[in-house]
Design a protein around this ligand. Structure first.
Ligand SMILES: [Zn+2]
Ligand SMILES: [Zn+2]
Length: 437
């Protein structure tokens, strides 16, 4: 049975002043009263002081929500949300539901509340747990899905919470109504609030890590300051072989690139069907040039969905083909290192410069360090003694349908162009990482 979300009202608001039980308004009375507004009432249910009325159609539900109903010469306004869950005192009061995802259930609620408190919210409810719902009937099951939510007073106009945030050293995602779905939320690089830019920042400069004024990340004054940790291996820049900016001749996706950054930007262009830019990236003199061209391309969904796998393939190819990279990585890996790209990128890197990275506790790096994680995985996945031998026991990125479509796009791309070393190679997924000869 498919169910709409119910509408709600409180029994104490319904009954008003009652003197005896015989005068109490019953579910039958409510069915007559609401039936005058909408014809398709499905269920009327009372749970302690809370009434739920289920209406079959979306239109009917909206109408009842808009108009309320009259009973015993009184008008009853109804609630869109469970008023007890949301902490509502009146149907006219508005609240905003904030959902936090991506946090293990084991993380204490207090940590999540603490994280949300930084946004100056007025909580109207306690933190609550979301349950798994049936995909079609939307009926709630007794099993939790790990998401937490809380109701707050509506945010001032134009204000919204950032989608990505850090809680108890973990990355989490925040969702609420009215939040721009665009992932590239404007974030000020002066005070780190969202929704304005550095150029019109009204605030004092703040530390990107602890959000306090008067120092930069990595400064001893920072709450998250740390002495350099010996096993943290920061990398950045063209002179560092661990960096994607390091120039090296790299074959990936059937063509030769000038760096792993070139390879990544190239595949972004191809996935967007932008062949002219793919060619421009391939011939860009430096990795920075390639990155700049890549920035002008809006990523396709297929690219966004698989960029981690694509980056892993590229790093694996670099590991196979560039001995200096393989040696550096294997050597550092032996000492149990944490690899971290020390740049301002909040997705691939620590989000901090080199000094900020080594002097900040890793759990407080604002960036997600995805590239560092990939380096660690690749270093683990294949011992250097087996470097020339591809083992099936090594976990490989999956070759899915989107992977095949990239091959066909590449075929098109290659046909009109002369290839020196790779033109004769079939860019099938299987041959992508085979060694020469
Ligand atoms: Zn600002
Ligand atoms: Zn700080």
């Amino acid at each position: 049975m498919e169910l709409q979300k119910p509408i709600y009202f409180k029994d104490k608001e319904l009954q008003g002043q009652i003197t005896s039980d015989s005068k109490r308004i019953s579910d039958y009375d409510i069915s007559i009263a609401t039936g005058k507004i909408v014809p398709d009432i499905q269920c009327i249910q009372k749970d302690r002081d809370l009434w739920r009325v289920y209406v079959k159609s979306t239109e009917g539900r909206s109408k009842l929500l808009r108009e309320g109903f009259d009973i015993r010469n009184r008008h009853i306004s109804v609630y869109d949300t469970n008023p007890y869950s949301a902490g509502l005192d009146s149907p006219n009061e508005r609240v905003l539901k904030i959902t936090v995802k991506g946090i293990p259930l084991s993380v204490d609620d207090g940590e999540i509340v603490k994280m949300l408190e930084q946004f100056d919210l007025n909580f109207t409810s306690e933190l609550k747990y979301e349950h798994i719902r049936h995909p079609e009937s939307k009926k709630m099951t007794g099993i939790l899905n790990g998401n937490r939510f809380i109701y707050v007073s509506p945010l001032p106009d134009g204000k919204f919470l950032p989608r990505s945030c850090k809680c108890a050293g973990l990355h989490c995602l925040i969702y609420h109504y009215g939040q721009p779905s665009n992932k590239r939320t404007l974030k000020c690089t002066n005070c780190w609030e969202v929704n304005h830019s550095r150029n019109n920042c009204p605030n004092q400069s703040r530390c990107k890590v602890c959000k306090k004024e008067g120092h930069n990340p990595g400064d001893e004054a920072c709450d998250e300051y740390s002495e350099p940790i010996p096993n943290v291996v920061p990398f950045a820049g063209a002179s560092d072989v661990l960096s994607n900016f390091y120039p090296c001749e790299l074959k990936a996706f059937g063509v030769t690139h000038r760096s792993s950054e070139h390879a990544f930007q190239y595949v972004k262009a191809v996935r967007s069907g932008d062949i002219p830019r793919a060619n421009a990236i391939q011939s860009a003199p430096t990795a920075l040039d390639a990155k700049r061209i890549g920035k002008t391309i809006s990523a396709s969904k297929s690219f966004e969905d698989s960029k981690l796998e694509l980056m892993t393939e590229i790093i694996q190819a670099k590991f196979d083909q560039i001995p200096k990279f393989r040696e550096s990585l294997s050597k550092a890996k032996k000492s149990g290192s944490v690899f971290v790209e020390a740049t301002y990128d909040d997705y691939w890197a620590s989000g901090l410069d080199k000094s900020g990275t080594i002097h900040t506790r890793p759990s407080s790096w604002p960036g997600q360090n995805k590239l560092g994680e990939i380096l660690a995985t690749v270093a683990d996945s294949r011992p250097s003694s087996k470097q020339h031998h591809r083992s099936n026991s090594v976990p490989r990125p999956s070759k899915d349908a989107s992977q095949l479509s990239i091959s066909s796009m590449l075929k098109e791309l290659q046909t009109p162009r002369k290839r020196d070393c790779s033109g004769s190679r079939k860019p099938s997924p299987k041959s992508q990482f085979d060694k020469n000869g």
